[in-house]
Design a protein around this ligand. Structure first.
Ligand SMILES: Nc1ncnc2c1ncn2[C@@H]1O[C@H](COP(=O)(O)OP(=O)(O)OP(=O)(O)O)[C@@H](O)[C@H]1O
Ligand SMILES: [Mg+2]
Length: 261
């Protein structure tokens, strides 16, 4: 097999419902559209990304990211699912068991924050992109994602007045992780449900620019197609290739590919 340079991207923000999972899912589909080989790693007990792109129910999957992380045995081959609803997107499922995994890592792992990094090591050179969907917390699972990643995308809910709540904690957390993973860089902040005609969105945009920076030029508009796509287990490309929301994810992908050059 030809070796490629693998980019590992974590999508993180401990604020719930800001668009992490939809970013992972639709970025994955667009990267494939650009000819890339993609793996999604679901680190969220809610397993929303798995529900969207998986062909099985997460509760029926024997080896998920939870078992992968907490076992001393090498379960990578068993955890890796190549058949998904998305062509050329592989998946390591998330599961409710991830709740226990945090405690297990804390108690038994010599390097509780670096389990994922070591477990994914054999896949470096195989996939072009590994996208990690984080849970809405800053605890050990998110630290594992950030320790394994080359870069991080921070989605920010633009339409919400609380969109930036806690984002400085996240930036501080990333700085701390930089001590164990000096490679980790902020790939960009991404405004989700953004509508530039709305004052709240404009305020959040300015404040993001001032407090964090690294804003992607692309912003993601509000669209019910995001929910539809999840229910139908489809990509936005399959659902409505020419829609504004799909084109936004396409632009985002091009921008990411440019930034990584
Ligand atoms: N651009 C959008 N337009 C409309 N709805 C959206 C958009 N992006 C996400 N949503 C919806 O908002 C909700 C939260 O999005 P998503 O699940 O991606 O966030 P999350 O950060 O992963 O949440 P959690 O913290 O619970 O994991 C979902 O119901 C999703 O379908
Ligand atoms: Mg999510």
């Amino acid at each position: 097999m030809e070796m490629t340079q693998t980019q590992i991207i974590a999508v993180a923000n401990h604020k719930g419902g800001c668009g992490k999972t939809s970013t992972v899912v639709h970025l994955a589909a667009e990267l494939v559209e650009s000819g890339k080989k993609v793996l999604v790693v679901d680190l969220d007990p809610q397993a929303n990304a798995s529900l969207h792109i998986g062909t099985k129910h997460p509760s029926e999957v024997e080896v998920t990211s939870a078992e992968l992380l907490s076992s001393d045995n090498n379960l990578l081959i068993d955890a890796l699912e190549e058949e998904t609803s998305f062509r050329n997107v592989s998946l390591i499922y998330g599961s409710l068991n991830l709740g226990k995994t945090e405690d297990q890592l804390k108690e038994y792992s010599p390097r509780p924050n670096e389990e994922l990094k070591s477990k994914l090591e054999p896949l470096v050179g195989i996939y072009d992109f590994i996208l990690i969907d984080c849970p809405p917390s800053l605890k050990i699972l998110t630290s594992n994602a950030l320790s394994a990643a080359d870069s991080v995308i921070i989605p920010i809910e633009s339409g919400s007045q609380y969109g930036l709540y806690g984002v400085t904690d996240l930036i501080n957390h990333i700085s701390k992780i930089n001590r164990i993973n000096p490679n980790l860089k902020l790939l960009g902040t991404l405004l989700i449900k953004h509508d530039k005609r709305q004052n709240v969105c404009k305020l959040i945009q300015d404040e993001t620019e001032n407090t964090v920076g690294y804003l992607f030029n692309t912003t993601i508009p509000t669209s019910t197609k995001v929910n539809q796509a999840a229910i139908l287990k489809q990509s936005l490309i399959a659902l409505d290739k020419k829609s504004k929301i799909r084109l936004a994810f396409q632009d985002l992908t091009n921008e990411i590919l440019m930034r990584l050059k």
